[in-house]
Design a protein around this ligand. Structure first.
Ligand code: ADP
Length: 402
């Protein structure tokens, strides 16, 4: 609805035609009808003039009504109140005249008031409907905004799902990468031992006469190392396929003796003085034998590597077992190597962190996760003098941590 058009139609702002022309025409017509009617029905009264006042007030507004009232009063006075055709009034006709004048004025005022009230009402209704339309448009707009936001949110959720799937894929790939690194790291040592023993075997066989005793010992070593390599691969595969680690009751001292025996050649080659102090009465722990052996071998190899560049002091490697608290066994591997740089202390257990030219940075990260899987703790401290000490604890009741 057009508010301006409506305002133009409000009383008081009417055109001169409706304010003056309309009442003149209506009063003239009413006068004519009154004459015509009075010639047949003498008691007609001024009903047509009243009708003219009502119509002029209704269609011509306040001013149209006023003009109609004045014209009707003048017409009644001139044409109907004796003396006829004069504006003088005889005293006895004064009440009739006054009655008409007052009733015409009241009817005119009432009619224009009704019209005005109706116009105000109409305006209010139109404003209301305008406001409703505006509000509806606003609501429609916010509804569309809401729909757009919902669509945006849906898109964001889809993107998030895609990103999560991608992250899972990348994580799987990195787990595969770690697995490959772990296999090569753990299998490398037994393979090296197999090759060394096979070489030695060939030399003993070439001797005249062949030293069959040494050959048998070397072959035994090859079988042992080969079995260890295949065990490592089998356990890593088991880890990858999420098969439960094979836990049995394990004597930690036994594992340390085995690891020392396995590294015998390396120990001799690196001129390492090995001291092993094993506590007598350690309880057996429920653990995966191969995994724990990997941890001990790793720590020992790292210790030897840390000492390989040291020339000004003996290469000492001390392995101790004990128990700090009743429910735990403690293993410590202490060396006299280069020690741990304080800036690297926090990163040495991170996967792929290495300070060695040929290092992979997987040994400590794998060892750490193995010990944690067994419910224990692995940590490193710098020695007061030289070197570093790596220690781990394992709970005696290992079943709890499975
Ligand atoms: P890698 O031996 O392939 O480097 P590790 O995870 O076994 O991987 O070791 C990570 C790093 O921790 C090593 O590169 C080295 O800097 C440090 N580190 C490990 N053991 C010792 C040690 N006994 N003494 C000093 N630093 C060590």
């Amino acid at each position: 609805m057009n508010a301006k058009a409506d305002t133009a139609r409000t009383p008081g702002l009417r055109s001169p035609l409706s304010a003056f022309g309309l009442p003149i025409v209506l009063v003239a017509a009413a006068l004519g009808l009154t004459f015509l009617w009075q010639s047949t029905v003498p008691t007609t009264g001024f009903i047509f003039l009243y009708a003219a006042v009502v119509s002029a007030s209704w269609f011509g507004g306040k001013w149209g009504g006023c003009v109609a009232v004045i014209l009707s009063i003048l017409a009644v006075e001139y044409f109907f109140v004796p003396p006829i055709h004069s504006f003088a009034i005889q005293r006895e006709f004064l009440p009739v005249f006054v009655e008409f004048a007052i009733s015409a004025a009241v009817i005119g005022w009432f009619s224009s008031w009704r019209k005005e009230a109706e116009a105000v009402l109409k305006r209010a209704r139109s404003e209301l409907s305008m406001r409703v339309e505006e509000r509806t448009a606003e609501l429609r707009h916010s509804n569309e905004q809401l729909k757009a936001e919902m669509a945006e949110r849906r898109r964001a959720e889809e993107a998030w799902h895609e990103a999560r799937a991608e992250l899972a894929r990348v994580t799987r790939m990195s787990a595969l990468g770690q697995l490959a690194a772990s296999i090569s790291h753990e299998v490398n040592q037994p393979l090296a031992a197999v090759v060394t023993n096979a070489d030695a075997c060939a030399l003993w066989l070439e001797a005249d006469p062949p030293n069959l005793e040494e050959v048998r010992a070397a072959v035994d070593c090859i079988v042992r190392e080969g079995t260890r390599a295949s065990e490592v691969v089998r356990r890593i595969r088991a880890m990858f396929t999420r098969a439960a680690p094979q836990r049995t009751l394990v004597q930690i001292n036994e594992l340390i003796r085995e690891a020392s025996a396995l590294l015998e050649t390396e120990i001799a080659k690196n001129q390492v003085v090995l001291s092993v102090e094993l506590a007598d009465d350690l309880p057996a722990i429920f653990a995966d034998r191969v995994q724990l052996q990997q941890v001990i071998v790793n720590l020992m190899v790292n210790a030897m590597e840390a000492m390989s560049g040291v020339t000004d002091r003996p290469h000492t490697l001390a392995i101790r077992t004990g128990s700090e608290s009743p429910g735990e066994v403690l293993v410590s591997v202490r060396d006299s190597g280069i020690g741990i740089d304080s800036t690297n202390q926090r990163r040495i257990f991170d996967a792929f962190f290495t300070t060695k030219a040929q290092g992979m940075g997987m040994g400590l990260s794998i060892s750490h996760s193995i010990i944690e899987t067994h419910g224990g703790r692995l940590w490193a401290v710098s020695n007061t003098g030289h070197g570093a000490t790596f220690q781990f604890t394992l709970p005696v009741d290992g079943t709890q941590s499975q």
